[in-house]
Design a protein. Structure first.
Length: 402
């Protein structure tokens, strides 16, 4: 079976996902177009060699609808022979795109794939596609649907994580991200996004607040206490977990992933195509896996996905040098570290989505590139990338630096 290698990756900076965000004036198709052009131009790539463009997008409607992968590829002047497909595994969509691209290469069905994702959260709001899971009362009742923030607070309650605990983790994420940007660790991967006149709109992740302290976070109100009590979501989740008397609401905007705009692309291919395009592989995609987990909390999947992918790769947790887990909420990462016995200095070492934001469909591809860059910077070998996923799932990938 052929190996699947990562040859390059590039991403946009992450802009605040609000009308005053620096990327709000950029349509999602244009945002992805610039990233596709970036990965093409960096490699001086003959796009006729690309067998597919696979992009994650979690709200694939309105401006993000109608197969944004194919449309963005055409708009980026890729060869017309290049097809495109949009996929949705909620927050893991970008990583699932990487895994699907790797699977096609490993199966011998494709030689060169551009995988990635895009989400313009300032223009197409999260949840605006109104799926049945949250909006059909019969489905919601049957599945004990509760919003993710309630699940994050339930994890904190069950695990005994205090407000100070989760705020401390969030502060560390901000500080690490600020230090990484100051040290120039993202400079070779982040593509400045420009307007129609060629003027730079954004060249850095603008959601960051590196001066955040535990004291400043302590002044924020718990974000999910209101819907937990008044709407009744606490009661719904407690029906599934009757051993819990009451949910301790500890999460808020400062210790949860930021709403942002962003896009990313990862160039994946077999050994022979590397020779054809004149590039050396940077990493081998060693194994990948997805799992289902309890859907009401819906955020407990990462450890199970990690265990599954480690088993597939014939590895142990101690074989992994660096871990990258999307910071959906602080308690998600803290639970993962506890279950997998991962020390804080080996996971999300350059900060994460709490500091820099979580452009839903793109994040998995972004953090794949982030941890690859860090493996190279530190001279290390292996990394495991993993995300919690809506509706109770987890997706994980192991890469090995060449």
């Amino acid at each position: 079976m052929p190996d699947a290698f990562i040859y390059d990756h590039v991403r946009s900076p992450r802009g605040r996902g609000r009308p005053n965000g620096s990327l709000h004036t950029v349509t999602p198709t244009e945002l992805m177009t610039q990233v596709l052009k970036g990965v093409r131009d960096r490699s001086q790539l003959d796009t006729a060699l690309v067998d597919d463009v696979i992009l994650g997008c979690v709200a694939p409607h309105e401006e993000q609808g109608a197969n944004i992968a194919r449309v963005s590829a055409i708009n980026a002047d890729y060869d017309q022979s290049v097809p495109g497909v949009q996929i949705n595994r909620f927050c893991a969509s970008g990583l699932e795109a990487v895994n699907m691209g790797a699977a096609k290469v490993m199966a011998g069905a494709s030689e060169l794939i551009v995988s990635g994702g895009v989400e313009s959260m300032s223009r197409v709001a999260m949840g605006s596609d109104r799926g049945a899971w949250a909006n059909d009362p019969r489905v919601a009742f049957h599945t004990y649907f509760t919003p993710q923030g309630i699940g994050a607070d339930m994890i904190a309650t069950q695990e005994g994580f205090t407000r100070t605990d989760v705020d401390t983790y969030a502060m560390e994420s901000q500080q690490l991200a600020g230090a990484a940007w100051k040290d120039g660790r993202f400079k070779n991967s982040v593509l400045p996004i420009k307007d129609q006149l060629g003027l730079t709109l954004l060249d850095h992740d603008e959601h960051m607040r590196p001066n955040t302290t535990v004291e400043s976070l302590a002044g924020l109100k718990a974000a999910f206490a209101g819907i937990g009590d008044k709407v009744g979501f606490d009661s719904i989740l407690i029906q599934r977990y009757p051993e819990v008397e009451a949910i301790n609401h500890v999460h808020h905007g400062g210790n949860s992933s930021g709403i942002v705009d962003g896009a990313a692309a990862v160039l994946i291919g077999n050994k022979d195509v590397g020779k054809a395009i004149g590039k050396k592989p940077r990493a081998r995609i060693r194994a990948f896996a997805s799992i289902g987990s309890e859907p009401s909390i819906m955020l407990t999947g990462p450890s199970f996905a990690a265990e599954k992918v480690l088993k597939k790769a014939g590895m142990k947790a101690s074989d992994i040098d660096l871990w990258e887990l999307n910071e959906a909420f602080a308690s998600v990462v803290m639970l993962f570290m506890r279950r997998m016995n991962v020390s804080r200095d080996r996971i999300n070492v350059n900060g994460g989505a709490i500091a820099m934001g979580h452009p839903l469909g793109a994040t998995g591809a972004i953090i794949t590139g982030t941890v690859l860059d860090e493996l190279e910077r530190r001279g290390l070998s292996t990394a495991l990338i993993v995300l919690c996923v809506g509706a109770g799932m987890g997706t994980a990938t192991i890469i090995e630096r060449i």
